[in-house]
Ligand binder design. Structure first.
Ligand code: SAM
Length: 232
């Protein structure tokens, strides 16, 4: 379970709310059981359960299991998609190991906002399921022009372009340094957006094959190719 506060040996921990309900009612933990906690700062710790009440679980941190892992310094910049599809992007990007997810809104986006609490819940649950000890950062939704204007100069911006680009595997395996993948919405980028992206000095158009993929498919496939070619 990911907890909000930093953990250390011999710390007393009290878990309340939905997480306490999950531990007590679903997992049926009892006194003496060990629960694995993550604080997204120091890493993964073992907590020995001391008391389970109707609304809370109390325990003592007995030792660190794993330090916070390093994940590849790869960002996903997905254009907002319709609700469930964007939830899939958040979940699979977390499982696949991205360091950050920077949602983008473009002119053809059907959705124009993201519920940050829902996004965090999806990311935390995905991280717990795949045993990540570091949560990906989920940034605020940025307009495409602002994302391009403020883009960090040392980071390559691979642009998933169904109209053509270097084969992703080739582009990724020779990439040096931090990188990101920009993926468009259901309706794609319009001509002015595509021109602005291609004009950016850090932008590198990449192809994920001859077929037109859904945004969530392109995001998942693009990250998987990156992790295979350049992830560590
Ligand atoms: N232009 C598409 C069409 O005609 O249906 C609409 C966009 S597509 C559904 C969603 C996004 O996935 C695109 O903006 C692009 O970023 C990415 N994408 C889809 N197929 C791709 C491919 N073969 N190679 C690279 N990116 C692709």
């Amino acid at each position: 379970l990911f907890v909000e506060h930093e953990l250390e040996k011999d710390a007393q921990v009290t878990i309340e709310g939905p997480q306490a309900h999950y531990l007590g009612r679903v997992m049926r933990v009892k006194e003496g059981d060990t629960v694995i906690l993550c604080d997204n700062v120091t890493g993964e710790w073992a907590m020995q359960v001391a008391q389970v009440t109707k609304h809370s679980v109390h325990g003592l941190v007995t030792g660190q299991l794993r330090p916070r892992e390093e994940v590849p310094d790869f960002w996903l910049c997905p254009a907002l998609l319709k609700k469930d599809r964007f939830g899939t992007v958040l979940e699979k990007a977390t499982e696949l190991g991205v360091a950050a997810i920077m949602p983008v809104v473009t002119r053809r986006c059907v959705a124009d906002k993201l519920n940050p609490d829902r996004a965090r819940t999806i990311v935390v649950e995905a991280a717990e399921q795949c045993a990540r000890t570091a949560l990906p950062d989920v940034g605020p939704v940025a307009k495409l022009d602002a994302l391009l204007r403020d883009w960090p100069e040392n980071r390559i911006l691979f642009f998933a372009d169904e109209e053509g680009g270097e084969p992703a595997a080739d582009a990724f395996c020779y990439a040096e340094g931090p990188a990101a993948l920009l993926v468009g919405p259901e309706g794609g980028f319009d001509d002015a957006e595509r021109e602005a992206i291609r004009a950016h000095p850090n932008a590198r158009p990449i192809s994920l094959g001859p077929r037109i993929l859904r945004g969530e498919t392109a995001a998942i496939a693009g990250i998987a190719v990156w992790m295979a070619e350049a992830g560590d």
